[in-house]
Design a protein around this ligand. Structure first.
Ligand code: AMP
Ligand code: MG
Length: 531
């Protein structure tokens, strides 16, 4: 009998009562097992030969709990705090470090927009400690916006409410869509103003500050390895790799080439993640190598967005509007480019380059197989394997691009494949859509060759084509309300986005196309990196 097996773990989690945050036992494996920056001086500087710097959060004036995720609380075994103030809020606002916590900021580098940027690091994120969850998994608690660290460069170490709400909500929405992601436990308003120039046009103004408590087994990024390799800190590089393998990929790679096999697994997970993003129309917006997780999680929610009108070149990030490096259609290629940079960083551990190239090939194979599978399922087909299926797909995307057609609504409504049912997806409902009409005839013929009853096909399609995604305009409405002290829009969205694939009759309005007033309003469609 395996004493740590899933049944025993499930029983343990059922019997464990949730506790207050101060009753958790904190561990610090990252701190204990990896080389530390010997200096504790908290001012911007280059750090050598270390994986992290010990640094505590800086206090804020008036922390207030603004939102809480019961799901992430349950994952950790923590009870929802009874009040908006109190001990949990003090901890999650960075005003109190609990016994057992050894807070730190991680050291990493990265390629930003295709160029090596040198040392970046956690400039405003501070990990408090690790918790072993009721089912026996390690999870890190990290505050984003918790104050300056040696990696803050010229910035203030803080985050504004609008970007924090977006990260808090989208992490949880992504999880409920079934996509690997870092999670979020809490959103705390700091009571302090943060000055930001939202449009980068010389009009800086004070905004409300906030802190998100993010949760993940690890926040290690491609860039942690890249920086060590770039600085020729090879023994530290090996220690970090060994730590990540031991803690996060236990007993997986016992063959003769463990690092190469591990790289292959990172490639596989990243390929699966890209297929998820693409199938849902999620655009990350800033796929720098410091924003790609070594565990294959979606990480660092910034100027992201969900495709509304289908457009391969769409990016929500105004900072990327010119180059469109990180637009929707580029994401799979960019992930591979980033993996190639990670492969270069791992060369000192894997002298045979061919082994790393095998990993990159596995990325391409994983992505294309997962994407083909996802497309088939989005269309209600068992597989794209019949003669004419490739044309069916390419003609569909041509039709979608011809008239501005909402990606999410289109696939959701395609369960009933008629022009009437799909009209709700057109941004101009009055325009005729001859290409789509022709495509629909072809599609309906193709459906007849599938051997499943219509109702079963519809149920299956609704289980992969979400009704609700966290559209930027919905995020902005929740932000505008919360900035006025009203959390009701946020709370309603949290509830609805827990079941994104379900019809929720009372919440139809949250599944609507982006309204015209939102097309060019800041934050409602596109937004800057300012956060
Ligand atoms: P991002 O583009 O958000 O992934 O951030 C890139 C780098 O800038 C990371 O090293 C962040 O920690 C850092 N950074 C971003 N905003 C701030 C801030 N307000 N204060 C300090 N560091 C920041
Ligand atoms: Mg980042």
């Amino acid at each position: 009998m395996d004493y740590d097996g899933p049944v025993i773990q499930a029983l343990a989690s059922l019997s464990a009562q949730p506790v207050e945050i101060n009753e958790l036992r904190f561990e610090n494996s990252f701190v204990a097992e990896l080389p530390a920056d010997p200096l504790l001086v908290n001012r911007p500087r280059q750090v050598q030969n270390a994986c992290y710097t010990r640094v505590d959060p800086s206090a804020v004036s008036a922390p207030r709990l603004l939102a809480w995720s019961d799901d992430t609380g349950a994952l950790l075994g923590i009870r929802r705090p009874a009040a908006a103030g109190g001990l949990a809020t003090e901890v999650l606002g960075g005003n109190r470090v609990l016994p057992g916590m050894q807070p730190y900021a991680a050291r990493y580098g990265g390629h930003q927009f295709g160029h090596w940027a040198g040392q970046l690091g956690d400039g405003r994120a501070i990990t408090l400690g690790e918790v072993i969850t009721p089912v026996g998994r390690r999870q890190e608690l990290q505050l984003k916006g918790a104050g300056r660290t040696p990696y803050s460069r010229t910035a203030d170490g803080r985050a504004v409410l609008r970007s924090s709400l977006r990260e808090f909500m989208c992490s949880e929405a992504m999880h409920h869509l079934g996509v690997p992601t870092t999670r979020a436990l809490s959103l705390v308003g700091t009571g302090d103003a943060v000055v930001r120039d939202m449009f980068y046009d010389g009009h800086a103004r004070p905004e409300q500050g906030a802190i998100v408590c993010r949760v993940a087994p690890s926040f290690v990024r491609f860039g942690n390895f890249q920086l060590l390799s770039a600085h020729n800190e090879i023994s530290t590089l090996k220690r970090l790799a060994d730590y990540v393998l031991r803690e996060h990929f236990p007993a997986q790679f016992s063959g003769p080439a463990p690092y190469a096999d591990w790289f292959g697994e990172i490639c596989r997970r990243t390929g699966a993640l890209m297929a998820d993003w693409m199938r849902l129309g999620f655009v990350h917006g800033v796929m720098n190598t410091d924003n790609l997780s070594i565990l294959g999680l979606t990480i660092d929610y910034g100027p992201y967005g969900w495709l509304e009108g289908y457009d391969l070149e769409w990016t929500p990030n105004t900072t990327d509007a010119e180059g469109r490096r990180y637009c929707y259609g580029q994401q799979p290629q960019i992930a591979q480019w980033n993996l190639a940079r990670l492969a270069e960083a791992l060369l000192p551990l894997v002298p045979e380059k061919e082994q790393l190239e095998k990993g990159l090939a596995l990325y391409a194979d994983t992505f294309s197989a997962a994407w083909q599978r996802a497309l088939a399922h989005k269309l209600g087909l068992a597989a794209l394997e019949q003669p004419g299926d490739d044309e069916l797909v390419s003609e569909l995307f041509q039709a979608l691009a011809e008239r501005e057609t909402d990606f999410t609504i289109f696939f959701r409504n395609l369960a009933t494949p008629t022009i009437e049912s799909l009209r709700a997806a057109y941004y101009d409902e009055d325009l005729p859509h001859p290409k789509l009409e022709a495509w629909l005839r072809r599609y309906v013929t193709r459906l007849r060759r599938e051997k499943i009853p219509q109702s079963e096909r519809q149920t299956k399609m609704c289980a992969v084509n979400p009704k609700y995604v966290f559209r930027n305009y919905l995020a902005q409405q929740a932000i505008d309300a919360l900035e006025q002290g009203d959390a009701s829009a946020l709370e309603r969205l949290m509830l609805v986005l827990k079941k994104p694939y379900d019809e929720q009759a009372a919440h139809q309005d949250l599944a609507a196309r982006r309204p015209e007033w939102a097309r060019h309003k800041a934050g409602c469609s596109a937004l800057s990196c300012s956060s």
